[in-house]
Design a protein around this ligand. Structure first.
Ligand code: SAM
Length: 335
């Protein structure tokens, strides 16, 4: 039985950031002026080792977690990631292992190795098909073509359907929403449009820059007839819409305009082993300290259970009322 929080929400998912570093500098996430050459990232010895990650994941599974998503930062910056995937795949009761990546390092060989190690699903971020727009959005001049190639590599390795996540920012890439949807329509892959969120403190988020899920849906519905589809499971973040002509589906993630805190079943682990109970939290709990001080699995399980039990976060539902002064960065806590 999963442990439940103060609103009755079960602990089902664990997102693990395995590095706070990224090779992209998307201004909405890791703007260059902050994450420049002088920024201090976590030191190697601060990062959880793969063995520590796997041990913690197994303890979380005992508390009800069924799905683990590896993210970051850019998770493929951790060498031999497939070694971690294999360790996770060996955990009894863990049904689903997923990865979120920008695709820049996803070669065919890497995609195959991840799949063989037990990766079940992959989400590849791609904000625009317009090369100039995309290069500006990643701010390291990375071309669209290489991300498209990574999507093909994932599909060829047996990781299809690939989810393709696009953050929509007003005046930046909203003109390309329909083009992105059209490109993947009929391919089996699922594009999901994400409202630009006020995570962290560095992206100078303004509500005017948010293109609401409603607006995104309007843009799509001007082109195609869409019908709402049921959620695949409790706590699914994307609203699903199917093309009425059977050419697949798109998703819309409305974390700003229609928050889904009520069904949030996710805990997060930062790359240095802090447990967070909300993407918008300002503090985490240092599980690594416990781990490295010789605590038993039962000790750690008890702490996780008790922290989840008293969880009452619902930041997105309250954001208009109160905003925490300092939120943790998404690259640190994991997107
Ligand atoms: N580097 C990987 C990637 O690019 O997918 C994984 C980490 S990244 C933080 C995960 C996702 O978070 C990406 O799809 C990214 O676009 C999204 N993201 C980052 N900042 C965001 C923001 N302010 N609002 C909405 N999504 C954001």
């Amino acid at each position: 039985m999963p442990v439940r929080d103060s609103f009755g929400r079960p602990l089902r998912d664990l997102r693990i950031s395995i590095t706070d570093r990224c090779n992209f500098r998307c201004p909405y996430c890791m703007p260059k002026e902050v994450f420049g050459p002088h920024f201090t990232f976590l030191h190697r010895e601060d990062l959880l080792t793969f063995e520590e990650v796997a041990r913690l994941a197994a303890i979380f599974v005992r508390q009800g977690v069924e799905k683990v998503r590896l993210t970051g930062g850019e998770p493929l910056l951790r060498r031999d990631l497939e070694r971690l995937v294999a360790q996770l795949a060996a955990i009894e009761g863990l049904h689903d292992i997923a990865l979120t990546t920008n695709g820049s390092l996803l070669t065919r060989e890497k995609a195959r190795a991840l799949k063989e190690a037990g990766l079940k699903r992959i989400t590849i971020s791609l904000d625009s098909l317009d090369d100039a727009v995309f290069r500006a959005m990643n701010d390291v001049d990375f071309p669209v073509a290489r991300v498209l190639d990574a999507i093909d590599a994932a599909a060829e390795a047996g990781l299809a359907p690939v989810k393709i996540d696009a953050v929509v920012k007003r005046g930046v890439n909203d003109a390309g929403v329909v083009e992105l949807a059209r490109h993947f329509r009929g391919t089996g892959h699922i594009v999901r449009f994400i409202e630009y969120m006020d995570v962290g403190n560095t992206n100078r988020w303004r509500s005017e820059d948010v293109v609401s899920g409603r607006e995104i849906l309007d843009l799509l519905q001007r082109e195609w007839a869409l019908v709402p589809a049921e959620s695949n499971y409790f706590g699914e973040v994307a609203e699903r819409w199917r093309y009425a002509d059977g050419e697949g589906e798109v998703g819309i993630i409305t974390s700003v305009t229609q928050p889904f805190c009520g069904s949030c079943t996710r805990a997060r682990l930062s790359a240095n082993g802090e447990m967070y109970l909300c993407l918008f939290a300002s503090t985490g709990y240092d599980v690594r300290k416990l781990l490295r001080s010789g605590a038993s699995d039962d000790d750690i399980a008890a702490v996780i259970a008790s922290r989840w039990h008293s969880r009452d976060d619902r930041y997105s539902e309250l954001r208009s009322v109160e905003t925490p002064s300092r939120k943790v960065e998404m690259s640190y806590i994991g997107g």
